[in-house]
Write a protein that binds this ligand. Structure first.
Ligand SMILES: [Zn+2]
Length: 96
């Protein structure tokens, strides 16, 4: 569920608004901080979008799940052995 963050231009108060989906419209909340007139809050960048780059996310995911993935994948396949075997098989193939 996407989260939109709105910020009041007058007092800086922030409010999070949950949207049903990425495409559903979000109504900007109003802030009643100053005076009787309500201030419509403006979209603020989500702190996640602002601070987390793709690289950060990958690094974070790796730190979190790296060991599990390694465990699930099992030991590193013996690439050399297989490479040699395919080499041998290739020699046995009839010429094109
Ligand atoms: Zn306000």
């Amino acid at each position: 569920m996407p989260v939109y963050e709105f910020e009041c231009g007058k007092c800086g108060r922030r409010e999070e608004v949950f949207a049903r989906s990425m495409n559903s419209p979000v109504t900007a909340p109003e802030c009643s901080c100053i005076g009787e007139e309500r201030t419509v809050m403006e979209r603020a960048m989500s702190p996640f979008a602002r601070h987390r780059t793709m690289q950060d996310q990958v690094a974070e995911a790796e730190a979190k799940y790296g060991k599990e993935v390694d465990a699930a994948m099992g030991p590193t396949p013996e690439v050399d052995t297989h490479a040699r075997r395919y080499d041998q098989l290739a020699k046995d193939l009839p010429p094109e």
